[in-house]
Design a protein around this ligand. Structure first.
Ligand code: C5P
Length: 218
């Protein structure tokens, strides 16, 4: 078993930014599970499916294989052998991932991949259900959150920097919808594990958050 750090929290809390920095400092492998859900979402979009068509999405899972690899220490997502990492971080893919991640069959498809990575390696794994469901025995559990306003602003800056045109209001609405879906779904909803450390990053610098988390790790 590797040394396992679980980091969960809502969209835009800064999980991936923070987890990457902690991974670098501590020598862990960073595993981004949201990217796996986004990888499946690309598959569903390629097939022209609606995220609300549950049956079609479940059927489409049969011919999707998501695997991961690392290039210069950066996680890559492969869909049926094709590297689709560059296609993952758009609002369209994010919304499809959010809608389809409520479907138990979609979650089941990624569960073993996530657990096997944690068995083999020292990892910091980010997601929504890592501390509660995927790695209940993780050595350290962090629940990283921030106010809706802070998270929307961060996502706005991230997307604008990439040239995606979207208003702050639309992002705010999307984030609230995603929070609601993540927190109210029946299987593995987003919630703070009982033994997780709560970190609210609304008024913290990136460095302060990294320090706080590193201090809890071995
Ligand atoms: O974190 P990210 O925004 O990349 O995740 C995309 C979507 O995948 C989220 O909106 C969330 O609904 C879903 N997800 C999940 N469980 C995880 C990671 C992500 O349901 N462990």
């Amino acid at each position: 078993m590797g040394y396992n750090v679980a980091i969960d929290g809502p969209a835009g809390a800064g999980k991936s930014t923070i987890a990457k920095l902690v991974a670098k400092e501590k020598g862990y492998i960073y595993v981004d599970t949201g990217a796996m859900y986004r990888g499946l979402a690309v598959h569903f979009l390629k097939k022209g499916l609606s995220g609300d068509d549950k049956k079609a999405v479940i059927d489409a899972c049969d011919d999707a294989k998501v695997t991961i690899g690392y290039e210069n220490g950066i996680q890559q997502i492969y869909l049926n052998g094709e590297n689709i990492t560059e296609q993952l971080r758009t609002e369209k893919v994010g919304n499809m991932a959010s809608k389809t991640s409520v479907i138990p069959e979609v979650r089941a498809k990624l569960l073993e991949l996530q657990r096997s990575l944690a068995r083999e390696k020292d990892v910091i794994m980010d997601g929504r259900d890592i501390g509660t469901n995927i790695l209940p025995d993780a050595d350290v559990k962090i629940y990283l959150t921030a106010s809706v306003e802070t998270r929307a602003k961060r996502r706005y800056e991230e997307l604008s920097a990439k040239g995606e045109h979207i208003t702050l209001e639309k992002i705010m609405t999307d984030i609230k919808e995603r929070d609601h879906r993540d927190m109210t779904r029946e299987v593995a909803p987003l919630k703070q594990a009982e033994d997780a450390i709560l970190v609210d990053s609304s008024n913290m610098t990136i460095d302060e958050v990294v320090r706080t988390i590193c201090d809890h790790c071995r």
